[in-house]
Design a protein around this ligand. Structure first.
Ligand code: NAD
Length: 350
């Protein structure tokens, strides 16, 4: 089928696209290209893509498209803190505009990259999809509102699927180092210290980006009655960790490093353990292939190969907030996170 991937140029997108091509799909990309040049390594494949902001999409952009995988977003809590209003505008309104446009164009399936962070703080065991949502940040709130709007758009012939991904890790051509596992491993390798900002007690579910990609491929092909308007936690029950456990795994993987508690931040209220039983029950042959332990080995190898140093680690190449702040400072983006008119690349084909 012909699949349009929004945000295809990001951390998850640049690993998802080759997986979808391998599955035999035709793939087109749509992205505002905020992270152009933020490369760890070249893309594995080139696809046809347009420079397009999801706040501007229209049904014509989805002509001939069978399914949309919607990744485009301000993609974490620190970015959400940059501007709660823009986070709502891009992550919620942009998502609903994209979905309405897709539906009008006759697209039948809309896979939304949502997030387990909407569970916020759950102290009583692992939470399943029907647990109360407690978004603690503008980012998590934007995902909750987008899911609500998408459910309302579900009709016969248009099936939104809500992928509540665990926190991702892994190596991607568009690496991110602002995600917990990738970040802890980078601290260890570049400084010899695994630096934990919280007290290490918060729980997080983790999932490798290749496993997210494989799950996405399954959601594209599943019968509509199995997935129509449904939310799925994406990850594995055995892959819930406390941050201090993650740090210990990193400590074991990098010779001579030790754990350090920075003790400089407020206690982290975000803590949730997630139940992934629904995914395992409805997709019994979807085996997630990665564990955090293996993921850390992969990351450390990639950091060594590319000779990652401390300045690059904490610079603006791999940390999304820093990159956007730089683009704002340099006037490459205006305060609505739009390209100034002169170099607007809207609809430019890459
Ligand atoms: N990485 C994770 O841990 C994780 C976990 C759960 C859910 N998600 C969700 O998955 C999606 C992808 O995450 P990622 O880690 O690849 O993030 P990313 O920041 O690496 O990629 C996001 C992409 O979206 C594009 N984009 C941003 N705003 C846009 C706009 N207004 N119009 C068009 N394109 C725009 C960016 O240029 C970028 O290429 C996001 O929706 C994120 O919220 C990520």
């Amino acid at each position: 089928m012909k699949v349009a991937v929004t945000g295809h140029h990001g951390f998850i997108g640049s690993v998802l696209v080759p997986v979808l091509l391998e599955e035999g799909h035709e793939v087109v990309g749509m992205d505002s290209f905020f992270y152009q040049g933020c490369d760890l390594r070249p893309d594995a494949v080139e696809i046809k893509s347009v420079a397009l902001d999801v706040r501007d999409v229209s049904p014509q952009d989805f002509e001939g498209v069978d399914a949309v995988v919607h990744l485009a977003a301000l993609s974490n809590d620190p970015l959400g803190a940059l501007s709660p209003e823009l986070t709502h505008e891009i992550n919620c309104e942009g998502t609903l505009r994209t979905a309405r446009s897709a539906r009008e164009a006759g697209v039948e399936r809309f896979i939304f990259s949502s997030s387990c962070s909407m569970y916020g703080a759950s102290s009583h065991g692992a939470v399943a999809e029907d647990a109360p949502l407690k978004p603690l940040t503008a980012y998590a709130e934007s995902k909750v509102r987008a899911e609500e709007g998408l459910r309302e758009l579900a009709v016969d012939g248009f099936s939104p699927v809500l992928m509540r991904n665990a926190t991702a890790y892994g190596v991607s051509p568009r690496l991110r180092l602002d995600l917990v596992v990738n970040n802890l491993a980078a601290w260890a390798l570049t400084t010899g210290k695994v630096r934990i900002l919280s007290d290490g007690t918060p729980w997080r579910p983790l999932v490798h980006i290749e496993d997210i990609a494989r799950a996405t491929a399954r959601f594209l092909e599943a019968p509509a009655e199995l997935v129509h308007g449904e939310a799925f936690n994406v990850g594995a029950d055995g892959e819930n960790y406390q941050v201090r456990d993650l740090a210990e795994l990193v400590e074991r993987a990098v010779d001579g490093c030790e754990i350090e508690y920075a003790g400089e931040s407020e206690p982290d209220a975000r803590s949730y353990r997630v139940d992934f039983g629904k995914l395992a029950r409805l997709f019994p042959d979807l085996e997630l292939q990665w564990t955090v332990e293996r993921g850390i080995e992969e990351l450390v190898r990639a950091y060594r190969q590319t000779e990652l140093d401390f300045d690059t680690f904490l610079g603006d190449r791999y940390i999304r907030l820093k990159r956007l702040e730089r683009l704002l400072e340099e006037g490459q983006l205006d305060d609505r996170l739009r390209r100034p008119a002169t170099d607007a690349g809207a609809h430019a084909v890459h």
